[in-house]
Design a protein around this ligand. Structure first.
Ligand SMILES: NC(=O)c1ccc[n+]([C@@H]2O[C@H](COP(=O)([O-])OP(=O)(O)OC[C@H]3O[C@@H](n4cnc5c(N)ncnc54)[C@H](O)[C@@H]3O)[C@@H](O)[C@H]2O)c1
Ligand SMILES: O=C(O)C[C@H](O)C(=O)O
Length: 338
């Protein structure tokens, strides 16, 4: 039985953290476990699930869990389903779209997912212009620029509130390093910067004591495994999709960090692919690096720190692909009349 103190704590947490979170694509492989984790987050009081299929079913299922949020399902068949799902949301998480099959790159998803993300971004710009937008749908290197262009065209762009979710790269790095270095994975903090696909993913192993102590060969294998961790899952699932459960955990971790920032917690740092000044001189508008989160979204974009000569090389290799991916997203929106 809960003590009086515990009861008061529960009530206090809810009363001071009344956040509205919307998940777009809530009934897919990522969407369902991510929505479950958001239902378990005591900072969320109003959880809205939107999908083109099954949103009511998933929302009803989650609504039986005795936490302090109300869960509502929204579908395109309902009048204003999407705009009601988004209305005045504080945080919008977007895992809508198709996943990879073996042999595909993330960029191969562009043709389908770019249009899905564009439509959802248009709706978010109209119904939740002040929300923090967390983009999971691939290719993240292009879908985040798509959202920024849509918001710009509709006159509501706030670069402090747009995030590409790259948390999966850093949680993978923590796990993979700990396997080789025999350390506690929960204590491994590996900075992963750049973008979210193949060679645009740059793990900075030299900045971690345990990773840096590994042999040159181990480090090379580790870098490759972190860069292509997504392919490892796609191959193992053999046509049944890509990472969903680890991604749900990563998405919930990042959403929780954003909510902690909004709630005024100090010292909230997470990596994210954001509109960044770091490499604009090279024509790269977005870059993943650690960001400090606060009441208004991004409080500070941190520098990537000192790189080893090998990491400098990875950074140079990343720039060209990353710039092309970003430009592709921007051009896609420019070709549309919003
Ligand atoms: N950022 C990352 O690190 C990361 C990691 C894993 C997967 N992903 C990406 O996340 C996306 C989703 O992956 P998944 O495994 O959950 O796929 P999935 O096919 O299992 O689920 C996608 C969901 O989106 C829904 N959907 C499609 N179009 C929609 C629309 N217009 N509006 C609302 N919902 C819509 C579908 O109905 C489905 O329920 C993919 O693009 C995948 O590549 C990103
Ligand atoms: O690899 C994918 O296509 C999904 C995701 O981006 C991942 O890194 O697992």
């Amino acid at each position: 039985m809960l003590s009086r103190l515990a009861l008061r704590r529960t009530f206090t947490a809810t009363a001071f953290n009344p956040y509205k979170v919307t998940v777009l694509g809530a009934c897919g492989g990522i969407g369902q476990p991510l929505s479950l984790l958001m239902k378990l987050n005591d900072k969320v009081t109003d959880l809205r699930l939107y999908d083109i299929k099954n949103a009511k079913g998933v929302a009803t299922d989650l609504s039986h869990i005795p936490t302090n949020s109300v869960v509502t399902g929204f579908s395109p068949e309902q009048p204003d389903g999407l705009s009601n799902a988004l209305k005045d949301a504080d945080v919008v998480v977007i895992p809508a779209g198709v996943p990879r099959k073996p042999g595909m790159t993330r960029d191969d998803l562009f043709n389908i997912n770019a249009g899905i993300v564009l439509d959802l971004a248009k709706a978010a710009a109209k119904s939740a212009p002040d929300a923090c937008i967390l983009v999971i749908s691939n290719p993240v290197n292009s879908t985040v620029p798509i959202v920024s262009e849509v918001f710009k065209k509709l006159g509501v762009y706030n670069p402090k509130k747009l995030f590409g979710v790259t948390t999966l790269d850093s949680i993978r790095a923590s796990r993979f390093v700990s396997e080789l270095a025999n350390t506690d994975p929960t204590g491994e903090k590996i900075s992963v910067v750049g973008g979210h696909s193949g060679i645009t993913i740059i793990p900075l192993l030299s900045q971690s004591q345990s990773a840096n102590a590994l042999s040159k060969e181990q480090k090379e294998q580790l870098i490759h495994r972190i860069q292509f961790g997504g392919d490892e899952v796609v191959k193992a699932k053999n046509g049944a999709g890509s990472a969903t459960l680890s991604m749900a955990q990563a998405g919930a971790k990042f959403a929780n960090a954003v909510l902690n920032g909004l709630a005024g917690k100090e010292g909230v740092l997470e990596p994210s692919f954001v509109d960044s000044p770091l490499f604009k001189k090279d024509g790269i508008e977005f870059f993943a690096s650690p960001v400090r989160l606060g009441k208004d979204g991004i409080q500070e974009i941190l520098d990537i720190g000192k790189l080893s000569p090998e990491e400098e090389e990875l950074l140079n290799e990343c720039k060209d692909s990353l710039k092309k991916n970003i430009d592709k997203g921007i051009k896609f929106v420019d070709s549309k009349h919003l």
